[in-house]
Structure formats: structure tokens, C-alpha cells
Design a binder for this molecule. Structure first.
Ligand SMILES: NC(=O)c1ccc[n+]([C@@H]2O[C@H](COP(=O)([O-])OP(=O)(O)OC[C@H]3O[C@@H](n4cnc5c(N)ncnc54)[C@H](O)[C@@H]3O)[C@@H](O)[C@H]2O)c1
Length: 249
């Protein structure tokens, strides 16, 4: 069952919104009537294709191309999106990268070199900070909310690399910090997804028997929870909600 809210007149920005969880969040917010800026990287036609498809579905979306992992392009993208939308009620910090096509075991220390650290820190951890810093004045003005996409690997490892787990653990920590920093006007929460049926570049060997609910999560499963944390959940802030079909139980 899909959660529903009346978000007419509300404005949202979803980073990494052209695919997977981000696209699920864009759909959930837009079908409730919000106008949504869809951020993703330039250089492929992924963003244009997603925006054209969503528009054809009758949803009110605009493209917000840019790289959240870049110290000037990320903030520029957020400023442009806020100007195009005329303000901002919801920021979904969802863009992330594993930086590897196959999981790197914790013992494989050397492969996780400085370049790898820099990429993952810049996209997964400093990226959300850049967007949050830039969006904070508009969110404060609107009395809005932020939802970050962390990962269950933040809690117990098992992600694509130790560095990836550390960036997501950092994001769980920042979710609490920003909740205090931006209260009482802006709530800040996160989801921690388990396995996702998406185009994520890192492929895992995954057995559905590991998950009590018996399947991988679909983008709409995650989008629905992001919608709830953004638009509902009025007395919830600083929390990270596991969305994993019961895997971590
Ligand atoms: N796939 C999983 O198993 C899994 C599990 C837990 C958490 N997550 C997290 O969920 C989030 C979404 O992943 P997904 O599974 O939907 O994957 P996805 O690859 O389908 O979507 C990620 C999107 O982010 C975009 N992106 C990457 N780097 C970017 C940047 N620097 N600036 C702007 N956009 C950028 C990509 O182009 C892509 O469209 C990520 O933060 C990821 O860490 C994924």
C-alpha cells in the first residue's frame, strides 16, 4: 500500500534521482503533488530520460544536473534547483557510489587507496553536507525536512567496502548532528536500505532466504519510507530507519 499526503505547493530536490531509490523517492513525492527537482550526473542521457518519462506520467519534475561530489558544482546545482522551484521544502540526500563493481573484502586494504577514499568521501559524505549547507536557509524558511540515504552496512558492515561502510556510518552520525543543528524548524532523518533492486554498480551475491520478507527491496519500497519521513513523521528527527525486509532482525 502506498502512503499518501497532499503535497501541492511543496518543492523537493532529490539527489541521484534518475535511478533506483532516488527515482522511487521522486515518484512518491511527485505523485502526492510536490514539484520535484531531479538531480543526477551529466554525461549520460539517464537524467533526461528519467525526467521525460516522469513528465509523460503527468508528474511535475524538472532536471537539476550536477555532481554532488564536486565542491563547486554540487552547491551550484542546489542553488539553481532552489531558484527554479522558488524555494525548497524537502531535500533527499540520496546520491551515492560504491566506487567498485564487486565488493572489496575488509582484508583487501591496499585496494582501498587514497583515490578510492577521496571519491567515496566526496560523493557519499561531503556531498550530503554540501547540499544540506546550501539548502538549509530555504529549508528553514519553509519549515522543511531532510532525508538521507545511508545503508544497513553503516551498522554491521557487509557493504561494498570498508570505506563505503565508513561513509554511511558517517552519514548516520551527521543525521543526528544535523537534526540538532537545524531543529526546531527542520527535521533530519535517514533510511538505511538493505538490498535494492536497482542499477547500483556493485553486484552482490544475495540469497532472498536471508531476508524475512523474502525479496530485495524495490525503489518504491524505499521511496514510500522517504516520503513518510519527509512529509509525515512530524515528531521524528535524528533517526535512521532500517528498510531491509527484516534482514537486520
Ligand atoms: N543498491 C544497494 O544495494 C544499496 C544498499 C544500501 C544503500 N544504498 C544507497 O542508496 C542510494 C541510491 O542507490 P541505488 O541503489 O538507488 O543505486 P542507483 O545506481 O540506481 O542510483 C544512484 C544514482 O546516484 C547517481 N549519482 C552517483 N554519483 C552521483 C553524484 N556524484 N552526483 C549526483 N548523482 C550521482 C547515479 O548516477 C545514480 O543515478 C545510494 O546512496 C546508495 O549508497 C544502496
Amino acid at each position: 500500500m502506498q502512503a499518501t499526503f497532499d503535497l501541492s505547493g511543496r518543492r523537493a530536490l532529490v539527489t541521484g534521482g534518475a535511478s533506483g531509490i532516488g527515482l522511487g523517492a521522486v515518484r512518491a513525492l511527485a505523485r502526492c503533488g510536490a514539484r520535484v527537482a531531479v538531480n543526477d550526473l551529466v554525461g549520460t542521457d539517464k537524467l533526461d530520460t528519467a525526467v521525460a518519462g516522469l513528465t509523460a506520467e503527468g508528474l511535475e519534475v524538472i532536471a537539476a544536473p550536477g555532481d554532488v561530489g564536486d565542491s563547486s558544482d554540487g552547491p551550484r546545482m542546489v542553488r539553481q534547483a532552489i531558484a527554479d522551484l522558488g524555494g525548497l521544502d524537502y531535500l533527499v540526500n540520496n546520491a551515492g557510489t560504491p566506487g567498485t563493481a564487486r565488493p572489496i573484502p575488509p582484508g583487501d586494504f591496499e585496494r582501498q587507496d587514497e583515490a578510492f577514499w577521496n571519491l567515496l568521501l566526496n560523493v557519499n559524505l561531503i556531498g550530503p553536507w554540501r547540499c544540506t549547507r546550501e539548502a538549509a536557509p530555504a529549508l528553514r524558511k519553509a519549515g522543511g525536512a531532510i532525508v538521507n540515504t545511508a545503508s544497513i552496512s553503516a551498522h554491521g558492515g557487509g557493504g561494498s567496502s570498508s570505506v563505503y561502510c565508513a561513509t554511511k556510518a558517517g552519514l548516520v552520525s551527521l543525521t543526528r548532528e544535523w537534526a540538532r543543528a537545524l531543529a526546531p524548524g527542520v527535521r533530519v532523518n535517514a533510511i538505511a536500505p538493505g538490498v535494492v533492486n536497482s542499477d547500483w554498480m556493485c553486484r552482490f551475491d544475495f540469497d532472498t532466504a536471508q531476508v524475512p520478507l523474502g525479496r530485495a527491496g524495490e525503489p518504491e519500497d524505499y521511496g514510500d519510507v522517504i516520503l513518510y519521513l519527509a512529509a509525515g513523521a512530524d515528531y521524528v528527527t535524528g533517526q535512521t530507519l532500517n528498510v531491509d525486509g527484516g534482514w537486520t532482525t
